[in-house]
Design a protein around this ligand. Structure first.
Ligand code: B12
Ligand code: SF4
Ligand code: SF4
Length: 447
């Protein structure tokens, strides 16, 4: 879903003017910045003190960030190249053609391997997770993947990143969600926000995988950085919750001999021990997503083959569709809905030990939906769910007869703020035809 073609998203890059220094408390030699001009009715009065080394107080910043409604968790890592093992994996992925027709995945390999190239002078990657699974009881469109039921997440998530940028001293930054050559799931795992599961998605210990990832690349340095979550514990197949056993350490640099060995190993894609060390998956011996995938697109240890993935075929594919054998007209949620990580309600076991930074889960659907303010006293726990991700009213009109009667302009009018614009009216109609063909085939086989 990398390039944004149909939707206009405001540029979120640049620098913001630094406010005159506020009160500098004892022990701080640096500047304070007071962020203003946040979203309407959102007054963020946060003062960040730089220490003597010119670093932002990471704990204070993350605490303030979690007061922004819709941010479920946050982690920060220093800007650095991705480990060689991952680069090699990536090269192999492309060589095997698993990117299907997503040509944008072939471009900008240098930037993907080194996010520092996306922003000269960049020091840190601030990674946020925005949960998008609506509260239980919400009426959903049964044929549209969850991520596409609400407003366009690119804009919603980038708005939050922009708010974060305003809270930092004025240095260059760039805000990304989905549209840049950046391995977002990998960086989220390095920032301690979860693990990459066999469905290839980032799984947060509390919010599961129904979360968007946003990344703020900034020239600010922080006094503390996060590390990956410990390997042990989640055991999703056994239905138990995370129980970290040991603390983790940052990714080690690899010597040349080790790189050569890894290159050989990467040629044999059935082995992923090195990647496992970087970002262990929580799946243990569970294979639910692999077995449930209708396109056999998931191969254990070998990632996802987009050529066989119905998410690709219904969202990105510009050509003809094969018959669709999923419940969905747009996107696909099967490998997420079967995952035990997504069967844990947010309200359950919100132990702070599990993920030290995460926002506490809301206890009722009312609190999830009520608009939050950043006033700590009146609302100590802002909702990690942004109501922007609730199903759009226009979805009611999304069925074949209605869509056929709509012209492209009418479609754009209703869905211009929705991820559905990526396929457009014609693309969706093609999907619906392919879905009918797929279901006719199934009926035939069963009969
Ligand atoms: C291209 C793309 C797609 C493609 C390909 C998906 C894929 N898995 O590669 C298609 C169109 C199929 C797709 C589908 C979906 N996408 Co998409 N997509 C992207 C995009 C733009 C790039 C991903 C990419 O680089 N893929 C290429 C392959 C090589 O890399 P990878 O799978 O990311 O990672 C591999 C390596 O990094 C390596 N690796 C790294 N660490 C480790 C650790 C271990 C142990 C191992 C073995 C391997 C390993 O193996 C990984 C697994 O294959 C990202 C945004 C971004 N810029 O990152 C969003 C993104 C991944 N998509 C997202 C979403 C929501 C979806 C869908 C759920 C939408 C839907 N409902 O239909 C589906 C999910 C399908 C699935 N199971 O992945 C979210 C996922 C959020 C999350 N919680 O993880 C992202 C991050 C966008 C965002 N900003 O929120 N997507
Ligand atoms: S086809 Fe569906 S279940 Fe299979 S990998 Fe793609 S999104 Fe997941
Ligand atoms: S369904 Fe099982 S194997 Fe797949 S990601 Fe979830 S825990 Fe891992």
């Amino acid at each position: 879903m990398e390039p944004l073609t149909a939707l206009k998203v405001p540029a979120m890059d640049g620098t913001l003017p630094l406010k005159p220094a506020g009160q500098v408390p004892d022990g701080c030699t640096g500047i304070s910045s007071v962020a203003e001009n946040a979203l309407p009715n959102e007054a963020i009065h946060t003062v960040f003190h730089l220490n003597q080394a010119g670093e932002v107080d990471a704990h204070a910043f993350k605490t303030a960030a979690l007061r922004i409604p819709g941010i479920g968790d946050i982690g920060i890592v220093p800007t650095r190249p991705v480990p060689e093992a991952l680069n090699l994996y990536w090269q192999q992925y492309l060589a095997q053609g698993k990117q299907a027709s997503m040509r944008y995945l072939e471009r900008n390999q240098d930037k993907r391997a080194d996010p520092g190239l996306l922003l000269p002078g960049s020091q840190s990657l601030v990674v946020i997770l925005c949960p998008y699974r609506p509260p239980q009881g919400t009426r959903l469109h049964p044929r549209i993947a969850l991520y596409a039921q609400g407003e366009d997440y690119h804009k919603v998530v980038k708005d939050k990143l922009f708010q974060l940028a305003k809270m930092l001293p004025s240095l260059p930054f760039r805000a990304f969600c989905d549209t840049a050559p950046l391995l977002e799931k990998f960086w989220a795992s390095q920032a301690g926000l979860g693990w990459i599961g066999r469905n290839t998605l980032l799984i947060h210990p509390r919010f599961g995988s129904f979360c968007f990832i946003g990344i703020l690349l900034t020239a600010n340095r922080f006094d503390q950085y996060d590390t990956p979550l410990p390997e042990s514990g989640l055991r999703l197949d056994k239905g138990s919750r995370l129980a970290p056993k040991e603390s983790s350490s940052p990714t080690p640099a690899l010597p040349d001999a080790e790189k050569a060995r890894l290159k050989n190993e990467a040629m044999n894609l059935s082995r992923h021990e090195e990647l496992q060390k970087l970002s262990p998956h929580p799946c243990s011996d569970c294979l639910k997503c692999v077995q449930a995938c209708p396109g056999q697109a998931l191969e254990p240890g070998q990632g996802l083959d987009a050529r066989r993935c119905f998410s690709f075929l219904t969202i990105e594919n510009q050509g003809e569709r094969p018959p669709i054998s999923t419940p969905y007209w747009f996107g696909c949620d099967i490998c997420q809905s079967v995952c035990p990580a997504n069967h844990i309600p947010w309200g359950e076991t919100p132990s702070q030990k599990e993920s030290p930074n995460a926002n506490p889960a809301p206890s009722t659907s009312e609190t999830r939906l009520s608009p939050s303010t950043s006033n700590e006293a009146s609302n100590p726990a802002p909702s990690p769910f942004d109501p922007a991700f609730l199903p759009l009213p226009g979805l009611k009109e999304l069925h074949p007869a209605c869509l056929a009667a709509m012209d492209e302009a009418g479609f754009q009018k209703r869905f211009r703020h929705s991820p559905l614009c990526r396929a457009g009216r014609d693309g969706l109609l093609k999907n619906m035809e392919a879905w009918q063909a797929g279901h006719a085939q199934q009926v035939e086989r069963q009969g």
